[in-house]
Design a protein around this ligand. Structure first.
Ligand SMILES: [Zn+2]
Length: 87
């Protein structure tokens, strides 16, 4: 089971990178186009897919590398991606 180790996105409109640090930490970029929350418990990104760059990082079991997994749109949009915090 992959585990989220960084929950962040970069807004392409205002170039601000925002990161949610805890479950109820809801953050918006300064222009308001993109928001993120969920911390490392789950990842929820609000906004148009073309307005942000995915900066999330996932730790893949059986691998020493942190890999960025890009999720296929449009399932990402307005979806709550839930996963177990323990592998
Ligand atoms: Zn923005």
């Amino acid at each position: 089971m992959k585990r989220l180790v960084k929950n962040a996105v970069k807004c392409l409109k205002c170039a601000e990178t925002i990161e949610s640090l805890s479950t109820y930490h809801f953050v918006s970029c300064r222009c308001g186009a993109v928001s993120i929350d969920g911390g490392l418990t789950y990842s929820r990104i609000l906004g148009n897919r073309e307005d942000f760059e995915d900066h999330r990082r996932w730790l893949i079991p059986n691998s020493d590398q942190h890999q960025i997994i890009s999720l296929k749109e449009p399932t990402l949009l307005l979806n709550t991606l839930k996963f177990k915090s323990r592998s």
